[in-house]
Design a protein around this ligand. Structure first.
Ligand code: MD6
Ligand code: FE
Length: 212
């Protein structure tokens, strides 16, 4: 049962503890397997080349990547290895079917690792590099808890906090799909789920409106 404030925009849903401990451990082991062939890499901002504080990898046919030269985009291959991204685990495919209300499977699942030694956070942003916004973004939190902040359609202004724990799922669809949001704080060292500590966030997205 979700207890989020009615001030959150329509289309935003929080499922606390969607995944139990065993499922969380399973998801972490699948992330470990994926990064054995698609290692975490350090993404950089378009133009400035400034590194983000999280490291990233992806599951599925498309992966979200960014670098100084070519900016934010989706690619079929890992930027370092040149290999296709590992397949999406069934547990995540099932999650999408249960909560997205969308007729096609997700194309891209971004893996973000918030590392203790980097004190990683994520600034306010909008997920708008997709060609289609009909599908929601479905997001899974694993490991250390964090404060998610929901802003508005426009940049700046006030934000609402929501504490996310390991196993929580959020869905940003409908009106909330293009709202600003970010991670303002991670409570490092509270969970021992992630092997080297920190927080793993998985965000599942549809990139195109049709299957080609
Ligand atoms: C995070 N999440 O939880 C960052 N984006 O680490 C996101 O940026 C996000 O959780 C779109 C929809 C849901 C999200
Ligand atoms: Fe986002």
């Amino acid at each position: 049962m979700s207890l989020i404030s009615p001030q959150f925009p329509p289309g935003f849903v929080h499922y606390p503890q969607f995944f139990n401990q065993e499922e969380q451990r399973q998801l972490i082991s699948q992330v470990k397997q994926a990064v054995a062939t698609a290692p975490f890499y350090k993404p950089t901002m378009p133009g400035t080349g400034h590194p983000l504080s999280v490291v990233m990898s992806n599951f599925g046919p498309l992966g979200w990547v960014t670098d100084k030269e070519n900016g934010y985009r989706y690619e079929k291959i890992h930027p370092r290895t040149g290999l296709p991204w590992p397949a999406l685990p069934h547990l995540l495919e099932e999650l999408w079917l249960k909560v997205s209300g969308y007729k096609y499977p997700p194309e891209a699942t971004l893996i973000n690792w918030y590392r203790p030694e980097m004190k990683s956070k994520m600034g306010m942003h909008v997920d708008n590099d997709e060609n289609n916004f009909d599908a929601p973004v479905v997001s899974v939190s694993l490991g250390d808890p964090a404060v998610f902040r929901m802003g508005g359609l426009k940049r700046g202004g006030s934000t609402l906090p929501l504490k996310l724990y390991s196993g929580d799922v959020i869905v940003m669809g409908g009106e909330s799909r293009l709202y600003h949001h970010g991670i303002s704080k991670v409570f490092y060292g509270e969970s021992d789920l992630v092997p080297k500590g920190g927080r793993i966030n998985l965000t599942m997205r549809r990139v195109n409106s049709v299957i080609v």
